[in-house]
Design a protein around this ligand. Structure first.
Ligand code: NAP
Length: 259
């Protein structure tokens, strides 16, 4: 069994997931990095950077929406390390095309919901069961699960309704697991990013530049993957060990309501 804690991070190859992976490696976790494809430059360079930080790196190719693939992935992780201490459910997608709600297609709805909601729900279910079992096997074992949702869990964008629905659902998934697992000694958190500069937002950059400039984001700047990663690292480090079920907004004040 691994002496070091082990973190599983989905969507690790770029953007927010990559920054989270590096911040968690800096907290001395060994890293299981999941992305759909292993053949990306992102994954290769990530492995080098993680190992430079003194952590082991285990990349896994998994489409998170493939729920029948989850059992084998979890078995491979446990065969290698014998433990999972932290799960960060970060993988997610935007709709391929932004369409008005009245033109929302079932195809896009199914794609987004399967990746953003169904996949993380059932992946977490498998890992949570293993964490419960591991509690009796590992001394000083303090497992944690983090869901990366979005301000879209509560803010309506009618040109990407399926994304908002998926993140609102994932927010409830976080509450449900917090309710079910906290008594088992597993802490569960939701981290809710605002507008963050990544591939996902690159194609709507001008629109968001304007929103930020106008002050809707009160801190008047783009969020960076590192902003989200710092919050996740703080949770992983145990700074918030009396806050299971809490929601952490990382949105530069986009969450502030006023009239
Ligand atoms: P990104 O740059 O597009 O990265 C997405 C990551 O998820 C990549 O590593 C991607 O890798 C992986 N991924 C996508 N589909 C996957 C699948 N089916 N199975 C496994 N991995 C998959 O996006 P990001 O902006 O960093 O977003 C990360 C998370 O933060 C998402 O859940 C997103 O909804 C959320 N978020 C983002 C923002 C923002 O403004 N950027 C705001 C709020 C919330 P591969 O494509 O190689 O698989």
């Amino acid at each position: 069994m691994n002496g070091k804690p082990v973190a599983v991070i989905t969507g690790a190859s770029r953007g927010i997931g990559r920054a989270i992976t590096l911040s968690i490696a800096a907290e001395k976790y060994d890293i299981v990095a999941i992305a759909r494809s292993l053949d990306s430059e992102g994954m290769e360079t990530l492995g080098v950077e993680v190992e430079k930080l003194g952590s082991d790196f285990f990349p896994i190719g998994l489409d998170i929406s493939c729920t029948s693939c989850h059992v084998e992935v979890v078995r491979n992780i446990l065969d290698r390390y014998g433990r999972i201490d932290l799960l960060v459910n970060n993988a997610g997608v935007a709709p391929l095309q932004r369409n008005d709600l009245l033109e929302l297609t079932e195809e896009s709805y199914d794609r987004v919901m399967n990746i953003n909601l169904k996949g993380p729900l059932f992946f977490t279910q498998k890992i949570a069961k293993e964490m419960i079992w591991l509690k009796s096997k590992i001394q000083d074992y303090k497992p944690k699960i983090i869901f990366i949702t979005s301000i879209s869990a509560t803010i309506a964008s009618t040109n990407r309704g399926e994304y908002c629905i998926s993140k609102a659902g994932l927010s409830m998934v976080a509450q449900l697991f917090a309710e079910r697992l906290t008594g088992e000694g597993i802490l569960v958190y939701e981290v809710r990013p605002g507008i963050i500069e990544t591939n996902m937002t690159a194609r709507v950059k001008e629109k968001y530049d304007k929103i930020i400039e106008e002050g809707t984001v009160r801190q008047k700047r783009w969020g960076l993957p590192a902003d989200v990663a710092r919050a996740v690292a703080s949770l992983a480090r145990g700074d918030w060990d009396f806050s299971s079920g809490a929601v952490f907004e990382v949105s530069g004040g986009l969450n502030i309501r006023s009239i």
